[in-house]
Design a protein around this ligand. Structure first.
Ligand code: SF4
Ligand code: SF4
Ligand code: FES
Length: 327
């Protein structure tokens, strides 16, 4: 008798909570999807089964709404052009679809080169999210929109002017600077321990696509003076390089209200990066070095270990080769 009462109670509470759980679960699933938003189209993080983002069967015929602008010399205003494309007849990536669209209208312009996610030239804004078109799968939506990278001057269609972005990158002097031992370029190698090299992981993979910078609100409003996530990520990469000897000057140059300190750690850059990097984290570490909260540790290995004294390394190889030639 008591057991049946307990059983009835359990059934009662179950029926009471079931509708609540049912109404909660779509919200939880939706939350999962928003946190994975940057990965959704790159198929790295497939949507949870049964959720609102569960793969639906979408017709292979899709509508591509593409931003068209003839450039500053053109008298026409920018407009959205609609193309209908059967995506079963092209490759799986957005770039494959874009190439098909170009076959349909040869005046449609965009940049691409490697189609491997290496050159960083095919960055576009797909469905409102920046991505590299060549490594992003065609989203399972009936209508697909393609815009140029936001807050950039458009030269033509999806081609944006990268001059200012690349000037900012150049301004951080993205190369090794040696002071104590100036040597002719390309003739000597500088040694580095494994641990020192591993500091570049998460930095050297950057392909300068500008997806992060153009999704950063601070860069939108202060793009002329704030260097933006990509350039600052590279600045940090050269500051932490154990072989570089211009750290102090590099940090002094960044000691400015705008250059690095306009980053408010919103982390849009980390969400947008198609290579899975976290420029926001690199900037946070860079700020600590600029303000003197952290100090750059000395190199674990003498950078001249392999190139000094003629005892080994590239220098001795060159010396031996030139000796042989003389003989
Ligand atoms: S973390 Fe900094 S650089 Fe990245 S989006 Fe936010 S403000 Fe921009
Ligand atoms: S950090 Fe990522 S998003 Fe930014 S330029 Fe480099 S690869 Fe592109
Ligand atoms: S074509 Fe090179 S990164 Fe996409």
């Amino acid at each position: 008798m008591a057991t049946s009462r307990i059983y009835n109670c359990v059934l009662y509470f179950k029926s009471l909570f079931n509708p609540i759980l049912k109404s909660w679960s779509p919200k939880l699933l939706a939350h999962h999807e928003t946190t994975c938003i940057s990965r959704r189209y790159s198929a790295k993080c497939p949507p949870m089964k049964g959720g609102s983002g569960a793969p639906k069967k979408v017709e292979s015929r899709r509508l591509f709404k593409v931003y068209r602008y003839g450039g500053i010399a053109s008298k026409e205003s920018p407009k959205m052009q609609t193309f209908e494309l059967d995506v079963s007849k092209c490759g799986p990536m957005v770039l494959d679809a874009m190439i098909k669209l170009k076959d349909m209208d040869p005046t449609f312009s965009f940049r691409r080169s490697c189609r491997e996610g290496i050159c960083g030239s095919c960055a576009v804004c797909l469905q409102g999210h920046n991505c590299l078109a060549c490594i992003t799968a065609i989203p399972p939506a009936k209508t697909i929109t393609l815009h140029p990278l936001p807050h950039m001057y458009v030269l033509r269609d999806l081609v944006v002017d990268m001059t200012h972005f690349l000037d900012q990158y150049n301004s951080i002097r993205p190369y090794l600077i040696r002071k104590s031992t100036p040597r002719s370029m390309g003739q000597f190698q500088y040694a580095q321990s494994d641990a020192d090299w591993h500091k570049f992981v998460g930095l050297y993979e950057c392909v300068l696509c500008a997806c992060c910078a153009t999704s950063c609100p601070s860069y939108w409003w202060n793009g002329r003076r704030f260097l933006g996530p990509a350039s600052l990520l590279h600045a940090y990469r050269w500051v932490v390089d154990s072989r570089d000897e211009d750290t102090l000057n590099r940090l002094c140059e960044l000691r400015d209200d705008f250059k690095a300190f306009r980053c408010h750690t919103i982390l849009n850059c980390a969400l947008a990066c198609p290579k899975g990097l976290n420029p926001g984290l690199a900037i946070a570490k860079l700020k600590r070095l600029i303000t003197g909260l952290d100090k750059k540790p000395p190199p674990e290995m003498d950078p001249l270990k392999l190139s000094g004294g003629g005892r080994g390394g590239l220098e001795s190889c060159i010396a031996k080769q030139s000796k042989k030639k003389k003989c």
